[in-house]
Design a protein around this ligand. Structure first.
Ligand code: SF4
Length: 283
């Protein structure tokens, strides 16, 4: 039976993108190919907040106890190896059982499944079919992969997803929410911007881009980057979403980013988990 290293598994409201407001189960896998040493820090700088948390790692036994950070990647513990012991390796049976426990009526109704990270399309692609074929997942109708858009689908997983999408559920029930990283993330552009990869996602499911931004310069970069994706044939929608893993940063940015989205004819994505739940772990 397949196993997945799970950083978090929780029930909440999707705060971002296409399914904003939809009750959702979040399966946060462990591991990421990026570090995003940007987002409010000089490029490449280690987050002093994360360093301070890592220095007292022995004090934390679960995600809910971890402090939030205002700079860098807000889900740092889902990929930083120093936090790996907080993420158990669970079998498909254990994951499916836990999902049934946290769903409000212990079965799938209108909830959707968000597979997120870290980067959920790393090696775990090989394990998802086992989980999605589990009897407890039979009435699940919609899935979103929240990805940074840099990971190719393996031929086996691509074939599986195409069948899953067609099987009783309709092709559009599968979504790829691609948060492509602009320079404010601190990642290298040639590694972060991969139109070839998301063209492949479009063959399999509904795919959109979501750029996390703060300033007018970020918005300009988002537009230029969108042009690159469009030139390669990307046809899906594009969202602008404010930087802000903590409320003080989010509130500085949300209105400005909404206005930049309107000005440029793009969609605005909120991050509802911040005003609603302060972006605490498990929300
Ligand atoms: S790609 Fe996402 S999960 Fe990975 S480091 Fe960047 S913000 Fe964090």
């Amino acid at each position: 039976m397949s196993k997945i290293k799970i950083a978090e598994l929780f029930y909440s409201i999707q705060g971002e993108g296409r399914y904003m407001g939809v009750p959702s189960v979040f399966l946060r896998t462990f591991g990421c190919n990026f570090k995003c040493a940007g987002f409010g820090m000089s490029k490449g700088e280690a987050s002093q907040e994360v360093e301070a948390i890592a220095a007292r790692i022995h004090e934390f036994t679960k995600y809910e106890e971890l402090p939030l950070v205002s700079t860098g990647c807000d889900s740092y513990a889902s990929w930083d190896p120093r936090f790996k012991d907080l993420s158990p390796m669970l079998t498909s049976d254990a994951i499916a059982e836990r999902i049934m426990e946290i769903l409000p009526f212990n079965k799938w109704q209108d909830e959707h499944l968000v597979i997120t990270g870290g980067e959920p399309l790393l090696g775990w692609q090989r394990a998802y079919p086992d989980l999605l074929d589990h009897p407890a997942m039979k009435s699940l109708r919609e899935i979103t992969f929240e990805t940074n858009g840099t990971q190719k689908l393996t031929p086996e997983f691509k074939e599986y997803l195409i069948k899953w999408g067609l099987k009783e559920r309709g092709y559009h029930k599968l979504t790829f929410s691609v948060s492509a990283k602009l320079s404010c993330s601190g990642e290298e552009r040639h590694e972060a911007i991969r139109p070839d990869i998301i063209r492949e996602y479009e063959e399999v499911g509904y795919t959109y881009l979501k750029f996390v931004i703060a300033t007018e310069a970020d918005a300009e970069e988002a537009l230029e980057t969108l042009d690159i994706y469009r030139a390669e044939g990307f046809g899906g929608p594009c969202y602008l979403m404010p930087v802000g893993g903590v409320e003080s940063v989010y509130t500085l940015n949300n209105r400005r980013v909404a206005e930049l989205a309107m000005k440029n004819g793009l969609r605005y994505s909120d991050r509802l988990q911040v005003p609603l739940f302060k972006n605490e772990w498990g929300t």
